[in-house]
Structure formats: structure tokens, C-alpha cells
Write a protein that binds this ligand. Structure first.
Ligand code: GRF
Length: 204
């Protein structure tokens, strides 16, 4: 059988979703994919420590220094050099251009902390997603893993999980709740589904 699907995880922050993926690989939940490379756009991201602890190769590609085009060129060469077949955006805060996403059609996944199509699109990231959900008074929110195309949060949905919104919860509390009950569960699941699909496609 063909080798496992080679995965790159792109991060900007704490990397708890990256950790969920590393744990899934260690426990065999992620059986058809191999986390080969972690790329951060911030040299101080704690996610880089997580990669190091797991013995996974990492790199920093700074948009501030290189500009968007330069950053994407560097990303593309790193991805090619490492034979990456699937890209996972796990809290990666840069929006990728159409030129980039077109080259990895149905090969880029993103995790978004709401039930798309609610509270998504440009400007909806981090705490703002949960603040808007609370403002609206929704009783159920959740997380979505979707393919990435040229429209922010606009690609085809792979997995979703709903989470109830307890009375009186803060945006920070809701953010943690959505991560714990939804994001860390569906991201490894979606990555395994797509890794398996890519692995099988190539053998036909
Ligand atoms: C998560 O809430 C994710 O949904 C969003 O950014 C956050 C990343 O957190 N896109 P972490 O770096 O994985 O801890």
C-alpha cells in the first residue's frame, strides 16, 4: 500500500488543535496520515514547542518580513520540498490567496469555531466569533472543518459538531468549551477521513 498521506499543519498560536492532531497520530486515531511538517507565521507561537516535543520538523514563515506573495512562495517551496499532500490550517491567521488555494484544491482543511454558515467569513476569527454568537443569543454553536477555497470559510464542509451555549457564559468560556467539546474532536476525525481518501485515490 502507498505511504501515509504527508500532512503539514499551519499555525499561529497556542497550537491546541495541532496537539489534538499529534495525539491522534500517537494513539492511532490518525492512521492514514503523517504529520510531517509544522509551519508557523510567528516565531513565538507555542505550537512550535509542541512540534519540537513531538519530534516533528518545523519552520517559520513570517508574513511581516516577506509580504503575502513572498510568504506564499516560501510556503509553496517548503510544501513541495517535503512532499506535502494535505495542508491543515489549525489556527493559522493569514488568509491565503486564490493563486495558492487553487494549487491545493480539496487539499487544504481549516477549523472554524462556529457552525458554518453562521458567524464566519472575513473578520470572524478568535474571540469575535463567540462574542457575536453570544450577542445574537444563539443556544447552540459549534465548530466546522471545511476545505479551503478562495472564499474565507467558504469551502465544502467535511465535519461539524454542535455545542450548547450555557446561560451566562462569557465569550472566553464559550471559546474554551467549543475547543474542548468540538474542535479537538472533529479536526483529527476530518484529517483522518481526508488522509485516507488521498491515500486510496493515489493507489487507483
Ligand atoms: C481555534 O479556536 C480555531 O478554531 C481557530 O483558532 C483557534 C486556534 O487555537 N481557527 P489553537 O492555536 O489550536 O490552540
Amino acid at each position: 500500500m502507498r505511504a501515509k498521506t504527508k500532512i503539514a499543519v499551519l499555525v499561529s498560536g497556542g497550537g491546541t488543535n495541532l496537539q489534538a492532531l499529534l495525539d491522534a497520530e500517537a494513539t492511532g486515531l490518525l492512521a492514514n496520515g503523517e504529520i510531517t511538517l509544522v509551519i508557523s507565521d510567528k516565531p513565538t507561537a507555542f505550537a512550535l514547542e509542541r512540534a519540537k516535543n513531538a519530534g516533528v520538523k518545523s519552520a517559520v514563515v513570517c508574513k511581516k518580513e516577506l509580504g503575502r506573495e513572498g510568504m506564499e512562495r516560501r510556503l509553496l517551496s517548503l510544501l513541495r520540498e517535503n512532499g506535502i499532500e494535505l495542508i491543515v490550517l489549525a489556527g493559522f491567521l493569514c488568509i491565503l490567496s486564490e493563486n495558492f488555494t487553487k494549487q491545493y484544491d480539496h487539499r487544504i482543511l481549516n477549523i472554524h469555531p462556529s457552525l458554518i454558515p453562521s458567524f464566519c467569513g472575513e473578520g470572524y476569527y478568535g474571540l469575535r466569533v463567540h462574542e457575536e454568537a453570544l450577542k445574537k443569543g444563539v443556544k447552540v454553536t459549534g465548530a466546522t472543518v471545511h476545505f479551503v477555497n478562495e472564499i474565507p470559510d467558504g469551502g465544502e464542509i467535511v465535519c461539524q459538531k454542535a455545542v450548547t451555549v450555557p446561560e451566562g457564559i462569557t465569550a472566553e468560556g464559550l471559546q474554551k468549551r467549543v475547543m474542548r467539546l468540538a474542535e479537538w474532536k472533529i479536526l483529527p476525525k476530518a484529517v483522518e477521513i481526508v488522509s485516507k481518501k488521498i491515500r486510496n485515490e493515489e493507489t487507483i
